[in-house]
Design a protein around this ligand. Structure first.
Ligand code: JD8
Length: 274
């Protein structure tokens, strides 16, 4: 897979030389190229921004400079997918990362100032290109570089051969199970007066798996009720449903609903088959 990242602060992406992504680059599993947007400016001041039409604070990044840069890194590759980090975008999720990891070429345009002239996305969409304007979360950053770091790592680690044991990708938060991860422990067995849950020392794998799933369900119900509501009921066994009922969730019309916000008269928790 090839990923091009364009920014006026290319050194911001130096972290991608490290760790698994860095190793993937050196082993050729990931062709990551970082570019300085100013290399596509035409004036001796290497200008990339100007004042906003319609007035207002700050500066906006010029479309002509971005167009020259994106055309150059896209080249004539019809597969190139333009990704523009922006706080006004759809929220980037593991689903996006999984989809992007199946692609051949991403171009990530890191904006700064008040953002990139809106015609850039418009022009590439009009040219039939896939353009994704994505946000990494509901908080405001000063530019797109941090988002590019997040997206490149989230995608890069899914590429075959990057993560040593693909098994470890399976049980992760936001994975196919739709649950947050269970708590993990390692040596020393006692620390600051805190012990390890007994079952984890039992060697009884079925009991360990059950304990871990219960903790994952509890965590998800406590921290991400939106993810519980999105769970596929068909993927839950009677033990899951019993625990979720104890946590205030019941099945109604094939969906999981919190008992507390169940419409009047349907408050009864989900019947758990004995
Ligand atoms: C790209 C310029 C700064 C944003 C005026 C502050 C993503 N989750 C996210 N939060 N912020 C960004 C982000 C911020 C950016 C740019 C992404 C380009 N800025 C601007 C609008 C308000 N300044 C982001 N992904």
């Amino acid at each position: 897979m090839r990923i091009d990242v364009v920014s006026i602060f290319p050194d911001y992406l130096a972290a991608l030389d490290l760790s698994l992504v860095g190793k993937a680059r050196r082993s050729g599993l990931l062709d990551l190229r970082v570019h300085d947007l100013r290399d596509w400016t035409a004036d001796r001041h290497r200008t990339v921004d100007d004042t906003p039409f319609g007035g207002g604070a700050g500066m906006v990044m010029r479309p002509d400079v971005w167009g020259a840069a994106i055309d150059s890194v896209l080249g004539d590759d019809p597969e190139g997918h333009l990704v523009i980090p922006t706080p006004s975008g759809e929220v980037f999720t593991q689903r996006h990362a999984e989809a992007f990891a199946t692609e051949t070429h991403l171009v990530v345009a890191c904006g700064r100032y008040e953002g990139i002239d809106a015609r850039v996305a418009e022009r590439y969409r009009a040219a039939g290109r896939r353009v994704s304007e994505l946000s990494i979360g509901d908080y405001v950053l000063n530019g797109g570089e941090v988002a590019a770091l997040v997206m490149v790592e989230a995608v890069g680690r899914l590429l075959p051969g990057v993560v040593g044991n693909p098994e470890s990708l399976v049980e992760e938060s936001h994975g196919a199970a739709g649950l947050l991860e269970y708590p993990v422990y390692t040596k020393p067995p006692a620390w600051e007066g805190l012990e390890i849950p007994e079952v984890l020392l039992s060697g009884h794998h079925a009991k360990i798996d059950r304990w871990r799933r219960d903790r994952a369900l509890e965590r998800t119900a406590a921290r991400r009720p939106d993810m519980v509501a999105a769970l596929d009921v068909a993927g839950l066994d009677k033990h899951d449903l019993r625990l979720l009922a104890e946590l205030g969730w019941h099945v109604d019309g094939g969906r999981l609903r919190r008992t507390s916000d169940a419409p009047e008269g349907t408050g009864s928790p989900a019947p758990v088959a004995e």
